[in-house]
Design a protein around this ligand. Structure first.
Ligand code: ADP
Ligand code: MG
Length: 245
């Protein structure tokens, strides 16, 4: 059974703890190592930005942290739970505790904005007791889309779709948000708006954010910037000191 090491979690408030993590794609002669000996610790409430060239392993690392693929070798502890060699059930349980924001927003095209946001609450039994419609609408109002709740994604702009994705990721108050190039498809202004919104909501909800980006214009929202290259974490953190708010 899964053991939650509550003690160490409270003492250090470490929510993500990666040590000596390796990852491989393919089998036999086609086996290729994508991650090499990754070590990284992220504390509760931290906003960490990960940068690095395309193909350096950022998405692979994020998908392991989010339980979207199984960790193979080394140790990957998320919220005190070891994810290396975790069962499907454990991965599923983990996924419900995490909010995801991807570049291609991945909204359900046949659901309205409200229904997309509501869907993420439907995964949580404790929310089902309450009025999930009202919660979804309130969250959309927070991201400035109170007047678009019944719109389908095709009738929303890129920035608006990304806001729906943010609302969907944050509505269930996850302890961790993983965002993979969330501003890549947005113009400068909407990109900036979207990350500032994530930052604000995360600080209000005290959640940890790990955000992959190539976008130099948003680096200042981070508490720490980490750098990946060729499957290796070259720097586990430039502490950029006082935050610009
Ligand atoms: P990044 O997100 O930094 O651009 P990725 O994590 O997507 O990098 O990719 C890291 C490396 O792993 C690349 O060499 C990529 O080709 C390889 N890779 C990623 N996903 C897969 C996959 N599903 N199967 C095989 N190789 C993959
Ligand atoms: Mg990627």
């Amino acid at each position: 059974m899964l053991q939650v090491s509550a003690q160490s979690h409270i003492a250090s408030e470490t929510v993500i703890n990666v040590s000596n993590l390796n990852h491989y794609f393919g089998d036999g002669g086609l086996r290729k190592q994508a991650l090499f000996d990754i070590n990284l610790e992220i504390k509760a409430g931290e906003i960490v930005i990960m940068t690095g060239p395309s193909g350096s392993g950022k998405t692979t690392l994020l998908s392991l942290m989010g339980g979207l693929r199984s960790a193979q070798e080394g140790s990957l502890q998320i919220l005190g739970q070891e994810m290396c060699s975790a069962s499907k059930g454990q991965l599923t349980k983990l996924r419900r505790q995490i909010g995801y924001i991807f570049q291609a927003h991945n909204l359900m095209t046949f659901l309205t904005a409200k229904e997309n946001v509501r869907m993420s609450l439907e995964l949580h039994e404790d929310y089902l007791q309450g009025d999930i419609n009202a919660k979804a609408i309130a969250m959309l109002e927070t991201v400035g889309l109170g007047n678009r709740v019944d719109y389908y994604p095709e009738s929303l702009s890129g920035g608006q779709k990304q806001r729906v994705a943010i609302a969907r990721a944050l509505v269930s108050h996850p302890q961790i948000v993983l965002a993979d190039e969330p501003t890549a498809a947005l113009d400068k202004k909407s990109g900036r708006d979207v990350v500032e919104l994530m930052q604000k909501l995360a600080k209000e909800q005290n959640c940890t954010i790990l955000l992959v980006t190539h976008d130099n214009r948003i680096l200042d929202i981070a508490d720490r910037i980490v750098y990946m290259e060729d499957g290796q974490l070259k720097s586990d953190g430039v502490d950029i000191g006082v935050k610009v708010n």
